[in-house]
Ligand binder design. Sequence first.
Ligand SMILES: [Zn+2]
Length: 235
Amino acid sequence: MSTLQQHIEEKHFSHRMNGLRAAVLGANDGIISVVSLLIGVMASGADKHTLMLVGLGALIAGALSMAAGEYVSVKSQADTEQADLAIERAALEEKWDEEVQELAEIYQARGVSKDTALAVARELMAHDALRAHAINELGLTDTHSPRPWQAAAFSAAAFMAGGIVPVLLALGLPNELLWVLAASSLVLLFALGALASWAGGARLMPGGMRVMVWGAFAMLATYLIGRAFGVEGGV
Ligand SMILES: [Zn+2]
């Protein structure tokens, strides 16, 4: 296999893994925020009805908050890219020769000789001028914008997939057994943290430990709050 081919396949691999990593991190967010809220409410001695309201509220609020954050971030990124492309499109219409020169200089700066750089620039621009400038000048790999709605839905779904687990556990367990909820959430967090590290090409143990420690910290904090402000008979 040639080096170039290898490079392309590695890139493809890492691109696919990024999706898995984002999904796992979203699920981790869902688990940590929902389980820590539920632990606090269970420790306060609340009944199952309250617990269900809190759990569903945390799921919906968290998923929408993730979606909103992701939408705004991807949308503003897309707007910036579209504005850059519009400038580039106008420049290509108004001053084609300068743009050929500009692209040729980019190739020269990368070590291509002047004549070859000019030839490359002309051929690339004859094929797809906007794309050639988008890739080489703006650093965009694609002239298609990222999709904000898709990213928002993906984030919300990942959060919900993680957060639903502690909600179901909390509804099935008596309040006295909240440590079972805590322990199983920590195990799940460790597994997902390790999976995210694996997808990112990092070592499994530190990745798993990291997210587990943060989860434990969040649960301990809300547990203490639940104990402090709970009703008579809290755990
Ligand atoms: Zn240009």
